[in-house]
Write a new protein. Structure first.
Length: 425
């Protein structure tokens, strides 16, 4: 196990004053300065992981909670566990680090797994097992699978998923620590769980399809966020709704020109089968609204437009409640999971017009046209009871890395988990 120390002082010869790492006989020192210190510490963790170092012990002064977590984000590997011994800090912070790592590791592992092993029912089962391990007897769940979805009118999830040999699933998890079956639901979490997205008949090119196992990143993120909040002592009743499907091409797949009519009476013309995430989330948001929860949070790897707007270091956030957006952004800075609000007004609901239905699910333009991320959020807002619930939508632009960079291994990042958990507490 390699000892890793931390220093504000620049490295000495022969490493050079700008060196991030300097090496001693039995240890390594991370050199950082006040400017972008957490980014540099994360880069140090990434460099050590790239050197095939799998076990470290953080020792010495300066290793506060935030710096240790930044190091771990860089040190975590794509497909296997690493060993890290945290530095001596406050016992409560140590518990927080372990709980945060547990949730992040689960989310990263399941997002990085191949779609041959994580399909809709498997994702739902894994989410229940993860939460049951943390919440115990306070966790109850039910799944609606395949054609059973039609009996309850969940046309979005069914339509998107019916073309796959793996049936679509709507999962509802009830975390109720109050022991009162009539307790009010304080919040609902809704996650997009597209375990593989071929684009359907609006077929993606190979380069755009290869990473589409990550399209269930929203479902993994909200599940991990609930687990992390429970581990921190969440005392209120919260429901989790995962909208799980594979978007595939077959003789039974949904098509361009189809019109779906949702439980709230809104009809939707399909003009792009690759704009499927908003179709499944619409069902989840309707179910969340039916609980009358005062807070509804959804998360999805929804649009490339969000990534074009904020890049891959930030998640984009949307909502009509400006105070809620401000709180989410403040929390994002506190937990070092950057988020940035993008425009959303009621009139964004009208930016995907249709001559054959109340709305279309996109625009017949590449990426949904200008303002695509806002237009997608406007579509989602049609299915939320915003008169009675505060709602925030996370478009997870920072959820996944197609290739490794100086701070992250290739694959899932976990960014958004602590931010969403903070909104529950």
């Amino acid at each position: 196990m390699l000892t890793v120390n931390l220093s504000k002082e620049p490295a000495r010869a022969p490493w050079g004053i700008n060196a991030l790492l300097s090496y001693q006989a039995d240890s390594v020192t991370v050199h950082y300065d006040a400017a972008f210190s957490l980014r540099r510490i994360q880069q140090a963790g990434r460099q050590l992981q790239a050197q095939a170092i799998e076990a470290v012990s953080l020792q010495g002064d300066g290793w506060n909670y935030e710096r240790q977590w930044a190091f771990y984000c860089g040190f975590a590997a794509t497909m296997h566990a690493v060993t890290i011994k945290w530095a001596s800090i406050d016992e409560d912070e140590l518990e927080l680090l372990n709980a945060r790592r547990h949730s992040h590791d689960w989310a990263r592992q399941i997002i990085n797994a191949g779609p041959d092993t994580v399909y809709p029912q498997k994702l739902a089962q894994a989410a229940v097992a993860f939460l049951s391990n943390i919440g115990g007897e306070h966790i109850h769940s039910q799944m609606i699978v395949g054609d059973e979805l039609l009996a309850d009118g969940w046309v979005g999830i069914h339509s998107v998923g019916r073309g796959s040999q793996h049936p679509p699933v709507l999962l509802e998890v009830d975390y109720n620590p109050t022991a009162d079956p009539d307790a009010l639901v304080s919040a609902c979490l809704v996650g997009k769980g597209i375990t593989f997205d071929s684009g359907g008949y609006s077929l993606k090119p190979s380069a755009g399809m290869v990473s589409m196992k990550c399209d269930m990143g929203g479902a993994a993120t909200v599940t991990a966020a609930l687990g992390y909040a429970i581990a921190q002592g969440l005392a209120q009743r919260v429901k989790l709704i995962l909208c799980c499907a594979e978007n595939m091409v077959s003789g039974d797949a949904y098509k361009l020109g189809d019109v779906l009519t949702y439980n709230n009476g809104v009809s939707v013309e399909i003009v792009n089968t690759d704009a499927e995430g908003r179709l499944v989330l619409a069902d989840g948001l309707l179910l969340a609204s039916a609980t009358k929860a005062p807070l509804i949070i959804d998360a999805a790897t929804l649009t490339g437009a969000a990534m074009m707007a904020v890049g891959s270091d930030y998640n984009a956030i949307f909502g009509f409640d400006k105070a809620l957006l401000a709180r989410a952004q403040q929390l994002s800075e506190l937990v070092n999971e950057p988020a940035w609000p993008l425009p959303l007004e009621k009139w964004h609901q009208d930016y995907c017009p249709s001559a054959f239905a109340d709305t279309a699910n996109s625009r017949v333009q590449k990426g949904g046209g200008m303002g695509g991320a806002s237009n997608a959020a406007g579509f989602l807002s049609r299915f939320v009871d915003t008169d009675n619930s505060r709602w925030i939508h996370f478009d997870l632009a920072a959820c996944y890395r197609d290739s490794a960079d100086p701070r992250w291994a290739v694959g899932a990042t976990g960014l958004g988990i602590a931010n969403i958990a903070g909104l529950l507490l």
